[in-house]
Design a protein around this ligand. Structure first.
Ligand code: ATP
Length: 225
């Protein structure tokens, strides 16, 4: 039996300014249990695509479905976890890590995730004063508090040192055993190591490829001519 579609994007079109199309008639599906990568050069629309899937932006044309339901009527947001780019949230989170968790859910509901990601020692610290790797673990934990079936991550490794990158990658590997994971990343080797299929944005035509097919396309994707 074929896997269920967790995300279905059909003929999606989006632009901020009509003269500059960002996403043009894009169609693809993400299936249950997949580790799905989204690659593309700066400005190719990766974050925009995630924001469309999350309903923060409305498509100009086409349709998005989550768990088989049209996004326009979808309400089961507990099934979807989102880890935004760390640099975007850094200034917005002024409190301690403990306060952040308190704002999201009661202690008995987030206790498991605090233990799972070893965040106990960080609870009294201010988010802004944590290291990049620690901040990323907190953002991951916040996204996991509802125990979502689908996790969307925007550049989870950016700005982290090798040690922190390895740590986050291992956590994501573990998480992907039980959840569908969609990752936007600039780190081609990270995506190649983990994703089974990869959507490449920003080429003349967006392409959906299997990981083993990607290597031959990197020149075109990143315009390395
Ligand atoms: N709110 C906005 N208003 C107008 N244009 C925007 C807005 N957000 C993004 N853009 C433009 O849309 C294009 C796609 O941006 P987006 O952030 O989705 O790309 P990206 O692939 O995620 O880039 P990066 O790799 O740099 O994070 C860029 O040209 C960007 O300047």
């Amino acid at each position: 039996m074929p896997s269920k579609e967790v995300i279905r994007v059909s003929n999606l079109t989006f632009y901020y300014r009509q003269e500059e199309p960002i996403i043009d008639n894009l169609s693809f599906s993400v299936f249950e249990g997949e580790f799905f990568g989204i690659l593309g050069p700066n400005g190719s629309g990766k974050t925009t695509l995630l924001r469309l899937i999350l309903g923060f932006l409305k498509p100009i044309g086409g349709k998005i479905e989550l768990f088989g339901e049209d996004l326009r009527t979808f309400k089961d947001w507990k099934r979807v976890g989102y880890v935004p780019q760390r640099f975007y949230v850094e200034r917005a989170f002024t409190g301690t890590v403990g306060e952040l968790f308190k704002a999201v859910a009661p202690k008995e509901k987030v206790g498991w995730i605090i233990a799972y990601l070893h965040l106990e020692d960080l609870l009294n610290k201010q988010f802004i004063k944590l290291s990049g790797g620690q901040q990323q673990r907190v953002l991951l934990a916040l996204a996991l508090t509802t125990n979502p079936d689908l996790l969307l991550l925007d550049e989870p490794l950016t700005g982290l040192d090798i040690h922190a990158q390895e740590h986050i990658e291992n956590i994501l590997k573990e998480i992907s055993k039980t959840k569908t994971v969609v990752v936007v990343s600039h780190d081609v080797s990270f995506v190649l190591r983990n994703a089974s299929r990869i959507l490449c944005l920003g080429m003349q035509e967006c392409k959906l490829v299997k990981a083993q097919e990607l290597k031959g396309m990197l020149k075109e994707l990143y315009r390395l001519h």
